[in-house]
Design a protein around this ligand. Structure first.
Ligand SMILES: C[S@@+](CC[C@H](N)C(=O)[O-])C[C@H]1O[C@@H](n2cnc3c(N)ncnc32)[C@H](O)[C@@H]1O
Length: 387
């Protein structure tokens, strides 16, 4: 669906009358029908749609940007925009004052982080998004040189490049790196033109598609792995890194003794998803003095609880071979209620299990970890250990 927020709509929304329309649109909460009816009495329909869309997007944008209520977005532009804490974190790899080209800058999520540290050029094909980027920089009191151009033909004269390829085609997400716009293979050209190249890719990128000549960092925030970043040339350090924000708390690939596999001890660790994606379980286990429950499954166990931002730690109360009836009976007998259900390599989804158990929300809250031990399905009944 095309966005109602056109260049004309942006111009109007920035006028005193537009500010009035936006302020009024914000008073209707989610009631779009009523809002449309009321606002249309005073403003053209297209501008009402634009104002209502922007109000909703500003609300949604608060998850990513502290300044969201003063920013401009289209739906896809906001969905693709980087979260400001992540953008600020990775931008620190560029030297202050360096000239960095942000190729495909969209609504300017990353431009904000880059412009706070470096001199920046933003390149974007979409005229409306480029205008949004300009307005968003203005809202933050920052500056960048903005160019409407095809990034593949943009004459690079920067010290470094940030590339965040579009991973959507006609509204659908694309997974394969050759379907990105531009495709990931374009990086080879960038590396010939500049000594420092940073590329944001999907956190679920297929291992086989990761280039071999770069550092790969998986970054999580709010216990979700949000993105993977590839660093080429002078930006690359180690081969693989996982970082948990806020912090940053990082772990990187390093050789070490083999981590044993053994049955669960008194504590169980659920590693942060960035570490799982980065395949840094051995490194984490060594750091936590822990062992694996299964060679292929990303739960660890330990004899003593070590609190770390890199993993959640649970005290293990009971470990039962899984059967739906048996688990239900046990939880009822013990007066336990599954407040949280996690799973790895287990065929039942947490929501489905919750429904199948059909337990009342009463009793002591526990966490159920559904997994496999010695290749058989087990449920670990736990409680969070410390915060
Ligand atoms: C993933 S978004 C960028 C999001 C941005 N990093 C942010 O945080 O807001 C990718 C952007 O690249 C733009 N784009 C795709 N191909 C392009 C091309 N050949 N030239 C210029 N821009 C392009 C798209 O229009 C889209 O806005």
């Amino acid at each position: 669906m095309t966005s109602p927020i056109t260049l004309d709509a942006l111009r109007f929304l920035r006028s005193p009358q537009g500010a009035e329309l936006l302020a009024e649109a914000a008073t209707f909460g989610g009631d779009e029908l009523r809002a449309n009816q009321r606002l249309r009495a005073r403003f053209p329909a297209q501008l009402c749609r634009a104002a209502l869309a922007l109000v909703q997007l500003r609300q949604a944008g608060r998850e990513k940007f502290a300044l969201a209520k003063r920013m401009y977005f289209d739906r896809e532009g906001l969905e693709m925009a980087s979260r400001e804490e992540i953008s600020a974190y990775r931008t620190a790899r560029f030297q202050p004052g360096q000239l960095v080209a942000d190729l495909g800058c969209g609504i300017g999520g990353d431009l904000l982080g880059l412009a706070a540290r470096c001199r920046v050029q933003g390149v974007e094909l979409d005229r409306v998004r480029l205008e949004m980027a300009r307005l968003n920089l203005e809202a933050a009191g920052l500056k960048a040189a903005l160019v409407q151009a095809d990034l593949c033909r943009f004459p690079l004269r920067a010290d470094g490049v940030f590339l965040d390829p579009a991973r959507r085609h006609e509204g659908q997400r694309v997974r394969r790196v050759q379907d990105y716009a531009p495709p990931l293979s374009f990086v080879q050209e960038l590396c010939r033109a500049t000594p420092a190249v940073m590329v944001k890719v999907a956190p679920c990128i297929d291992e086989a598609e990761l280039p071999g000549d770069c550092e790969v960092e998986f970054i999580s925030a709010g216990h979700q792995c949000r993105e993977a970043v590839l660093y080429f040339g002078s930006l690359a350090g180690v081969r693989r890194r996982a970082t948990v924000l806020p912090g940053p708390h990082s772990l990187f690939a390093a050789p070490g003794p083999t981590v044993p596999v053994a049955p669960p001890g008194p504590f169980v660790y659920d590693p942060d998803p960035a570490l799982v994606r980065a395949h840094l379980l051995d490194e984490l286990a060594r750091k936590l003095d822990a062992w694996k429950l299964d060679p292929q499954i990303a739960y660890l166990s330990g004899a003593a609880p070590i609190l770390s931002p890199l993993a959640r730690v649970y005290r293990l109360w009971h470990c039962l071979p899984f059967s739906l009836k048996g688990l239900r009976r046990f939880l009822l007998q013990q007066g336990l209620f599954p407040a949280e259900i996690k799973k790895r390599r287990f065929p039942i989804e947490p929501q489905e299990l919750r429904q199948l158990l059909g337990l009342p929300k009463e009793g002591q809250a526990v966490t159920l970890i559904l997994t496999r031990l010695a290749d058989r399905p087990f449920v670990l009944i736990c409680a969070p250990a410390g915060k």
